[in-house]
Design a protein around this ligand. Structure first.
Ligand code: DP6
Length: 325
């Protein structure tokens, strides 16, 4: 019996310029580039054990046995590359305060990419890891890096990966997550974006305007310009959600409470406080702001939301190996 194991930790990321649509479903190649901030507060720890005595892959999430189908498909890529057929036991723990419903496929597949490739004896570069993580879930491509990362869309498996834009974020920026619903989303990102690409008449305009947003957002990051970055992120998120309303059949991830949070952020801005919102494929609202303003923003949000619905997160690190448990 031979056993090879490794453990890795990856943090989730929130896209400021979004990925919403694929040009290749199988390879997970996106229609446009995207840009995200990796967060310190939400992460996944994953241990992969290749064990020659196993008859199939096994998967546990937070100590509960799960179907291993998706994980197996991903491990097949690692097995192909390392020219072996051994099955693996995968154990993951999502570290998300208060089970906030923010656990994401981004941290999951970034952690799995590093743990599985190391356990299989592959010593992949971060670029190769980013490409591998992409095959599990598009947003995982960016979670290989800390801080701000850009996913270059590419045209083939080889040239679609993330690059670090600013791994150490040395200026004042944070996100306050407003937890509105801890339930699993009804329409997955995968289904949602596919429907939009197929049916929204606005899709070509999304791709074009997102490419322009991305260039401006990179400049804003370089210039540490939170106002410009926030304006771009908020408008890009609204355009993504507008695509969903324009699909057939239409759908939306917004809930009444999402709109309440969005209005509160807008109201804070009229009082001169710099804060902007973004939402992914779910109702939770993430507020981009500076730490110096976070107290007043939280106080305002607390006029409606309970303190445990508000979680502050700061720029976080890239994927790393951790001590095996
Ligand atoms: C709205 O990465 O979850 O968060 O590639 O199909 O697994 P798949 O989708 P996923 O989509 C993320 C969409 C988003 C925007 C983003 O993270 O860029």
């Amino acid at each position: 019996m031979t056993i090879h194991q490794a453990s890795a930790r990856a943090h989730t990321n929130i896209a400021l310029i979004k990925y919403w649509g694929k040009k290749d479903q199988q390879l997970i190649l996106p229609m446009n580039g995207s840009l995200s901030l990796t967060l310190d507060h939400f992460y996944t720890d994953t241990t992969v054990v290749f064990d020659s005595s196993l008859k199939a892959d096994q998967f546990w999430l937070d100590d509960q046995r799960q179907s291993a189908t998706k994980i197996s498909r991903f491990l097949d890529l690692v097995r192909q590359r390392s020219e072996q057929k051994t099955f693996a036991k995968v154990k993951s723990y999502n570290h998300v305060p208060n089970a906030a419903g923010l656990a994401s496929s981004a941290s999951a597949f970034a952690a799995l990419a590093l743990a599985a490739s190391q356990a299989a004896g592959l010593n992949l570069s971060r670029q190769a890891l980013s490409r591998l993580a992409r095959r599990g879930s598009g947003s995982a491509t960016r979670s290989i890096y800390g801080g701000f990362a850009e996913w270059l869309p590419g045209t083939t498996d080889k040239d679609s990966y993330a690059i670090p834009l600013q791994e150490k974020v040395d200026w004042d920026i944070e996100m306050i997550a407003v937890i509105i619903n801890r339930q699993q989303k009804k329409i997955s990102s995968r289904q949602g974006m596919e429907r939009v690409v197929e049916t929204s008449p606005y899709y070509p305009a999304w791709v074009k305007s997102t490419q322009a947003d991305l260039l401006k957002a990179k400049k804003a990051i370089q210039a540490h310009d939170l106002i410009l970055l926030g304006e771009l992120a908020e408008s890009n998120a609204l355009r993504m959600h507008a695509l969903n309303l324009s699909a057939r059949p239409p759908f939306s991830y917004f809930e009444p409470q999402s709109l309440v949070a969005m209005r509160l952020v807008e109201k804070l801005r009229t009082r001169g406080i710099c804060c902007y919102y973004t939402l992914d494929a779910g109702p939770n609202v993430k507020v981009l702001c500076a730490h110096k303003d976070s107290q007043i923003i939280k106080e305002t949000l607390q006029s409606v939301f309970a303190p445990d619905q508000l979680i502050e997160a700061f720029p976080g690190p890239g994927v790393q190996l951790i001590n095996e448990k």
